[in-house]
Design a protein around this ligand. Structure first.
Ligand code: CUA
Length: 353
């Protein structure tokens, strides 16, 4: 009177039918899995399964446990489905009592135990996620589609890249200027939304020096996919040097002061003539716009357009002339400049390291 699952007959039948007609659908299941694996970048710069912090390690372990358990559950479902389809109804009719027991056991009790187990495990992981009491404070504000990055205690403003000291906690305040975005550096931590009108607190704590790619993880409009940022963890002494190099005061040695001198004066003039200062700030100058990224250290920025293109002379020229070609829909309009003016402007911007 018991269920027939597991009796000799089943494997033979399933295997036969799979070999004769099931091949195509088998690969249909596997193809998307391979596509997903294609998302694992060889450099592992944006990868949940290559953790570089305690938090990311716990999340990665949770991911692998879920992957393993749910793979087993998936295979069981497929096997049961195949068995139900191919077992041959006439030859092995299910007795009413046995069928019910099977459904209660495998259809209700088993999934409930598995899901509750995973629920408690994920709760345990979330309890392990403890925000540090202190650390370098970074204010990150999401905009469509870039990240404003400020270090209020260190007097540094930048965009789309976050420099942090390796091995030390970094507290992050997350805000949004427009819609909901989500701050995500998969190698270092889980996701946290940036919500208009709210301040969400978060933290990063990289074990070792390294560089990783962060990405907006909440759909926020046309260029959501191009709302990326870089996180660079430096050894503490190099981080201290970075802080020193990125102070805003126009001292003799700072880039802004150097840029005041020839030959960058023409480029600076072009910057104001083209009204760049309406939207962009360059600390130490009259440019105080807030609509676009702060350009005080644009010359040392790694990328342009929030991770869209590498920051080099050709790309910077292309971006200034027609940012809509590179990242359609972003707030920056075309800039109309004579070729010589463009050269001067870009030279000036590149001097702002
Ligand atoms: Cu911001 Cu998606």
């Amino acid at each position: 009177m018991e269920m027939r699952f597991g009796e000799k007959r089943r494997p033979g039948v399933v295997t036969e039918r799979q070999e004769s007609s099931g091949d195509g659908s088998f690969w249909c299941f596997l193809a998307p899995a391979f596509l997903l694996l294609g998302g694992c970048h060889p450099g592992h710069r944006q990868s949940v399964v290559h953790p570089a912090s305690f938090e990311a390690s716990e999340i990665a372990r949770l991911w692998w446990v879920m992957f393993g358990v749910l793979t087993v559950a998936f295979i069981l479902v497929i096997v049961f489905t195949a068995w139900a389809i191919f077992r041959g109804r006439e030859k092995t009719p299910s007795p009413p009592g046995g069928g019910r027991r099977f459904i209660v056991g495998w259809g209700i009790v088993f999934p409930a135990v598995v899901l509750v187990g995973l629920l408690f495990y994920s709760l345990k992981v979330s309890v392990l996620m403890r925000a540090p009491d202190e650390g370098v404070l970074v204010q990150v504000t999401g905009n469509m589609w870039w990240w404003d990055v400020r270090y209020p205690e260190l007097d540094i403003i930048t965009a789309n890249e976050i420099y942090i000291p390796a091995g030390e906690p970094v507290l992050i305040e997350l805000r949004s200027n427009d819609v909901i975005h989500s701050f995500w550096v998969p190698n270092l931590h889980g996701k946290m939304d940036t919500i208009p009108g709210l301040v969400n607190t978060f933290w990063l704590n990289a074990d070792e020096p390294g560089q990783w790619r962060g990405q907006c993880a909440e759909f926020c409009g046309r260029q959501h996919a191009l709302m990326a940022f870089e996180v660079v963890a430096l050894p503490p002494d190099e981080f201290a040097q970075w802080v020193e190099d990125h102070q805003p005061e126009p001292k003799e040695t700072t880039p802004v002061a150097a840029a005041e001198k020839e030959p960058f004066a023409r480029g600076k003039e072009a910057f104001f003539r083209a009204s760049c200062h309406e939207c962009h700030a360059i600390r130490g100058t009259e440019a105080r716009g807030r609509a676009g990224p702060d350009l005080t250290h644009i010359g040392s920025r790694l990328t342009l357009g929030a991770g869209t293109i590498p920051n080099n002379t050709g790309n910077l020229m292309g971006w200034v002339v027609n940012p809509q070609e590179i990242k359609p829909g972003n707030l920056m309009p075309r800039t109309y400049l004579e070729p010589a003016e463009l050269r001067d402007l870009v030279e000036y911007l590149e001097s702002l390291e």
